[in-house]
Design a binder for this molecule. Structure first.
Ligand code: ASP
Length: 331
């Protein structure tokens, strides 16, 4: 619920921050309970679907897989789940009834790959990994990304489930497009990316981010998730960050890159996520009516998360526990 007094107090705090040394800025906002250093491996991912995704990623690490294998296979779980309406198979389509996918992946060697506006492939994250490992490029889009996937043995599959088709047809009767805050948490609704970050026991870091994007978006719309530095960024010396929510706000502030750079300059992951949200509050007017959430991890295994609006949560797998955390928010 929007609380005007809380908002005015926080807005005053943001205004005052402009005059303060930058480290103090975040310290003022953050009361973080950090895990102690060295609690590795750690896996952190967005929303409720993070729990099974984290479990899978950890299983891959325990069975000797690389940190890139872990993030890739972790996000396979929501990608293949037809009941998850915001990622891969069963994703909510665009306004013309096409499920179009965005995904990105980054590894500890600084390499990155992504696909956007890709149709008919259940695991876009694996196509993104192929782009990363087997091409000189970073992003492939649309037809070209599909062609590349098919050439590499991926099978085409209709991702629009009968249930999503029915919901889309109902929506199309009025075609009312208004991305409400946290509609991702409503059953059967519109958007909800999985961004998953992992630090293995050696301290190597990777991240993956995959989504069907905003439900009923304009055809051809690409969000933040496949844009390296916006929806995902990894720097193996420092840490990693990923984003969810209204991608346009993340794109306008290059949010995940910003979070990692803030950690490079001494912020904890929690402080860095808070400052990236504050940047959106300061710079992007729609911040009051949209949701954005960031999660981050540093090389020591400390984690953080912060969102614009209440309602965002994330999953942390660390020290033998895999649990949901309700994220603190600016509003
Ligand atoms: N960030 C995604 C996008 O804008 C959607 C989401 O995370 O909910 O495509």
């Amino acid at each position: 619920m929007f609380n005007r007094r809380k908002f005015i107090e926080k807005a005053a705090a943001v205004g005052a921050l402009g005059l303060m040394p930058t480290v103090l800025k975040s310290q003022k906002l953050s009361a973080l309970v950090s895990p102690k250093k060295g609690d590795l491996p750690v896996i952190i991912s967005t929303w409720n679907h993070g729990i099974p995704a984290n479990a899978k990623a950890l299983e891959i690490l325990h069975s000797g897989g690389s940190v890139v294998d872990a993030v890739e296979q972790g996000v396979w779980i929501p990608e293949a789940d037809p009941d998850n309406h915001s990622v891969g198979l069963g994703g909510t389509p665009d306004r013309d009834g096409h499920v179009t996918l965005d995904a990105s992946i980054m590894g500890p060697d600084g390499n990155a790959g992504s696909v956007c506006f890709l149709e008919n492939i259940v695991h876009p994250i694996s196509v993104a990994r192929k782009v990363m490992e087997d091409t000189p490029h970073v992003i492939l889009s649309g037809e070209g990304a599909l062609q590349f996937a098919l050439q590499n043995g991926f099978q085409e599959e209709n991702l629009l489930t009968p249930e999503r088709e029915k919901a889309w047809k109902k929506w199309a009767e009025e075609s009312n497009y208004n991305p409400e805050i946290n509609w991702e948490n409503k059953p059967n609704e519109f958007h909800d990316t999985i961004g998953l970050l992992a630090v293995d026991s050696k301290g190597d870091i990777a991240g993956a981010c995959t989504t069907s994007g905003l439900g009923y978006k304009m055809r051809g719309r690409v969000g933040d998730s496949p844009i390296i530095g916006a929806g995902l960024f990894v720097d193996n010396e420092i840490g990693a960050a990923t984003a969810t929510g209204m991608g346009e706000l993340v794109l306008k502030t290059l949010g995940s890159f910003l979070v990692v750079e803030l950690m490079r300059n001494g912020r904890t992951p929690q402080q860095a996520c808070e400052e990236a949200v504050l940047r959106i509050v300061k710079k992007v007017p729609e911040n009051k009516i949209r949701q954005v959430g960031f999660i981050a991890v540093n090389k020591n295994g400390e984690v953080g998360g912060y969102s614009l609006q209440p309602g965002f949560n994330y999953a942390i797998s660390q020290n033998g526990k895999n649990k949901m955390v309700d994220c603190r928010s600016f509003y």
